[in-house]
Design a protein around this ligand. Structure first.
Ligand code: ATP
Length: 248
């Protein structure tokens, strides 16, 4: 992690009619940092993430991603980020290798780069015997690891992960996080939303959103100290229990 700021949000606000979905969100994320973005359902995480990726115009406030302005430089932002969510990632009806080629093509890799990257990926993920199988046939944990690797094929500055490990057990989540650490070691910044507190513990810093506002932002250790809590679960509960927006 370095002191270079790669995500800078300054009073980002989004209103839908009279409803304030996110209220003056302000934070910075550093290059190579693993930044956890937590909040109960409806807190406003996805709305913030969409604004940062240049997919949703804020009502007010400013933000830069890798130095690019979210209002005026959305095309440059898209070239410098990767994105993965539980809901959108790979094509189930394409094989492993076809998915790698497809996304590599979209990200503008040359044939040579694509060949190198796909060989390397198949090797790292130990997917050699699965390379020609349909993604639909892979266990969920493997799909997620592959989806993450594909999202960073083009070595973006920042990768946005929206609940990337939903539905898998803690051991598979741990393996997924090994991939995250190795990407962060290479300087890729990780911005991740999660509901799992074991994952929150793996982050360098986490922010906790409640009803459209950031209520806490610090390292997991400092937050536990600050709230005299033994676990992040307790910190989260303490902050989120007063939430007015309820989960569906
Ligand atoms: P989850 O974990 O359930 O995805 P979240 O923290 O990502 O929740 P958001 O999806 O950002 O929450 O939603 C924040 C609030 O804004 C919610 O109350 C939601 O209903 C509202 N909201 C989001 N998009 C719109 C929209 N297009 N129009 C009106 N309200 C919206």
């Amino acid at each position: 992690m370095t002191s270079e700021v790669v995500i800078k949000a300054d009073k980002l606000t989004k209103r839908f009619g009279d409803f304030i979905a996110t209220n003056e969100i302000t934070f910075e994320v550093y290059a190579g940092e693993i930044f956890g973005f937590l909040g109960a359902n409806g807190a406003g995480k996805t709305t913030v993430m969409k604004m940062l990726c240049g997919l949703l115009k804020p009502s007010s406030g400013k933000a830069t991603i890798a130095g690019y302005d979210i209002y005026k430089q959305t095309e440059s932002i898209k070239k410098n980020i990767g994105y993965m969510s539980q809901k959108f990632s790979l094509y189930e009806d394409l094989t492993v290798i076809e998915n790698i080629k497809f996304f590599g093509g979209i990200y503008g890799l040359t044939d040579k780069q694509l060949k190198e990257k796909s060989d390397e990926l198949i090797e790292t993920l130990r997917l050699k015997s699965e390379a020609k199988k349909l993604v639909a046939s892979l266990p969920l944990g493997w799909k997620q690891k592959l989806a993450f690797s594909v999202a960073i094929l083009h070595e973006p500055k920042i990768v946005f992960l929206d609940e990337p490990t939903g539905g898998v057990d803690p051991i598979t989540r741990r393996q997924f996080w090994d991939l995250i650490y190795s990407a962060a070691d290479r300087g890729i910044t990780i911005f991740v939303t999660t509901h799992y507190m074991d994952e929150a513990e793996y982050c360098n810093r986490i922010s906790i959103m409640v009803d459209g506002e950031i209520k806490a932002l610090d390292t997991p250790t400092n937050l536990k100290q600050q709230y005299s809590a033994t676990s992040l679960d307790e910190v989260f509960y303490e902050l989120a229990r007063g939430a007015k927006r309820k989960s569906d």
